[in-house]
Design a protein around this ligand. Structure first.
Ligand code: AMP
Ligand code: ZN
Ligand code: FE
Ligand code: FE
Length: 293
């Protein structure tokens, strides 16, 4: 069993990179990919421990992206793209670009603090950054709002203040999905659409049309196995993958205590199992696509 989708406390997970590697070894994973949001820091920190413990660790990332807003329409929902780097480390250019993304997040966080303050919420950037550190995001704001008693739950923090269309919403510079795909490709990675169950396109035809557009700019894979996917969804995504020549990936999206109920490797209620062959096939596909391009 492997897990190709997991988060550490370097983004919004609760375990340190070291603890995550230990947990992977404890449950007997054959391979683990750390796919933190918009940062490689967790992977970088886990590399030595994984080597020491004999765990096959893959470098990965989960990029947040957002399609351009059409005139007169609501801001479209965010789309997550996974990037896998099974052979070579991401380029320095890519790391540099990630830092510019972090700067954008910092600017957004500052604006978010001001907006919350203007709504009567007593909160400072330091408070939120002491929770989220180098990748402070909205989930960390939710944590602080809950702790300070402004909301009863983190979900309520989103509903009342932080969600895209809630009263404190602040936009952040995000790449479009096409740009995120291109960036992952240019960095030497394999771009994969994460948890397709969350895409607004649900039926086979509109999903296929969307994927085709992304394949044209370099998409190479689709996350078929996922904690929240039903058997029917997995079947649909696997069928689309075959039809479009996309690599298949899968993982739990483990976040530790931040996402209770999802276990590393086995997902929700122990229902997930991603076989090692998924990783082998992904590596083969990656090599073949590199040769072709
Ligand atoms: P950020 O990258 O800082 O804008 O935060 C994005 C993260 O916030 C997502 O990955 C989700 O975990 C969380 N999130 C965004 N919108 C909602 C929502 N409406 N309800 C719950 N969580 C949300
Ligand atoms: Zn996350
Ligand atoms: Fe995601
Ligand atoms: Fe994730």
């Amino acid at each position: 069993m492997i897990d190709l989708h997991s988060h550490t406390d370097q983004s919004d997970g609760s375990l340190t990179p070291q603890e995550l590697v230990q947990e992977a070894c404890r449950i007997g994973l054959e391979a683990l990919a750390i796919s933190d949001h918009d940062t490689l820091a967790g992977y970088d920190m886990a590399e030595a421990v994984a080597a020491e413990m004999g765990l096959e660790l893959l470098c990965a990332i989960e990029l947040s992206s957002r399609p351009a807003q059409q005139a007169g329409e609501r801001r479209p929902p965010s789309i997550h793209l996974l990037g896998y780097f099974p052979e070579s480390a991401p380029t320095r250019d890519f790391r540099h670009w990630l830092r510019t993304q972090q700067d954008g997040r910092r600017r957004r966080n500052l604006a978010l603090v001001s907006k919350l303050q203007s709504l009567g919420v007593v909160i400072t950037l330091d408070e939120v950054q002491s929770v989220g550190r180098n990748l402070t995001g909205r989930p960390h704001f939710a944590q602080v709002l809950e702790r300070k008693g402004y909301v009863r739950s983190r979900q309520e923090a989103f509903d009342l203040y932080l969600a895209d269309h809630a009263q404190a919403a602040v936009e952040r510079d995000e790449p479009t999905p096409e740009e995120a795909i291109r960036r992952i490709r240019a960095a030497g990675g394999l771009p994969v659409v994460a948890h397709p169950c969350r895409l607004p396109q649900r039926d086979s035809a509109s999903l296929a049309a969307l994927l085709e557009r992304w394949v044209d700019v370099g998409l190479e894979g689709i996350e078929v196995y996922y904690s929240e996917h039903t058997a029917e969804q997995m079947e649909l995504y696997a069928r689309l993958a075959r039809r479009m020549g996309l690599a298949v990936t899968g993982g739990s999206d483990f976040h530790g205590a931040t996402k209770p109920g999802i276990a590393l490797g086995t997902g929700r209620n122990g229902a997930l199992r991603v076989p090692y062959t998924v990783l082998e096939d992904m590596k083969t596909a990656h090599l073949a696509m590199r040769k072709a391009s």
